[in-house]
Ligand binder design. Sequence first.
Ligand code: PHE
Length: 503
Amino acid sequence: MEQKREQWGSKIGFILAVVGSAVGLGNIWRYPYLLYSNGGGAFLIPYFVALFTAGIPLVLLEYGFGHKFRGSSPLSFARANKKFEWLGWWPSFSSFIILTYYTMILSWAMNFLTFSFGQSWGVDTDSFFFNDFLRISSGPFDIAGMRWPIFIGITLIWAINWFISYKGVSGGIEKLNKVLLPTLIGIMVIIVVRGVTLPGATLGLNKLFTPDWSKVTELGVWIDAYGQVFFSLSLAMGILITYSSYLPKKSDLNNSAFMTAFANSGFEFLCAIGVFGILGFMATTQGVPIEDVASQSIGLAFVAFPKVFSLMGPLGTVFGVLFFASLVFAGLTSSISLMEAFASAVVDKTGSSRKKIVTITAIVGYLVSVLYATGAGLYFLDIIDNFINSFSIVVVGLLEAIIIGWVVGADKIRKHTNSVSIYRIGKWWEIMVKFVTPAILIYMVGSNIINELSNPYGGGDYPSSALMLLGWGVVGAIIVLAVISSTTKWKKGVLEDIDSEEV
Ligand code: PHE
């Protein structure tokens, strides 16, 4: 007897889990700056075009694909067309690699959560983060020593990930998201409401939204919009395919796709308002222009914001705790989805128990993550993350659109999603998936490759051997592993077993 596939306990559980994956560090520390630096209000045009021509069509594609073939990404591809199973493994391995460094960022956030109580980052937050906390080494080949506070954080995050995954889809992932996502939204609303009432907040908000229409004509701005939509919706990672494979047969996929995309965009927008309100306060208090304080990514979270929190006095302690808690919560719900995209693939292929696979994955992943807890960790993260985002994810998205759109058949997927949904998707969707999305993604991949070749990542800061090894090498290794995995044998009967799970 085949085992029944696990299922979400409710539709809302599924939506929360997908939104939990989508809402992550990208929403909090990437989107606000992107909006600000790419033309403010004017950026909303490329952003929404990207959402409707690539974001939502691909969410629907992945939902439909995973739901129709009822499997993790490799299982769905293998069932659709055995020749393309490798393409299913590619995002699963990317997910695993991303998970190993996502864990490190969460460990930083956890550490900073504890620092917030005493604002122990002092006055020079930049030096505190890089020299005292990370003890950053001289380059990617200088491992330096182990950073024990980061090591402890990584251990804790892996333990949580392991425990949640071990508990299964409805007993672990769904429960985690049901608690963390509403909490996260609540925290963000508090940050935003208090943030926009700080003195000087309007300065930040004006800067954020004032449209610079000339930007709309710049190609780079459009690439940024597509990149953000792609990353933010957790596309091309095997996550949405896997999550939708746990839905009951009759599930309104079309409606869910729009709901997740809008929920994610809404949250991004909320974060942008909060972040720029706070940056406006900082600029005003220090008497400097917004340009001098606006930043993104780790510079925003671990350098600029700690500084603002110190400026706020006791209120800053509350803000600090809430902010770093929001990073940890947003990151946990994303990292659990990365874990699932990988573990479910191995469970499907080998037929072993979830508990066993999750435990092995957690141990191996943890051992890899520990490498990032060294003085060279930030360099590893920076190089690997850039190559995975610029090449691995975009290429997988492109191949998915082409293979599912043309070989498996966009019409078949549309027929499937329409047959289970209340609201029906029109022919426009097939045109998007078969022509528009691939054309845009080909352009993106091409320009990323040209960019990297003419101007290697890091602007000369990294030796080319490091880029070879950690950049091209890691992406190459992911592809090789994907191809090898696709040649191993499936557990007997799994490929044919698609209709055995009656719902
Ligand atoms: N979507 C997440 C964000 O916006 C990032 C992420 C990408 C998480 C891929 C998991 C997988 O931050």
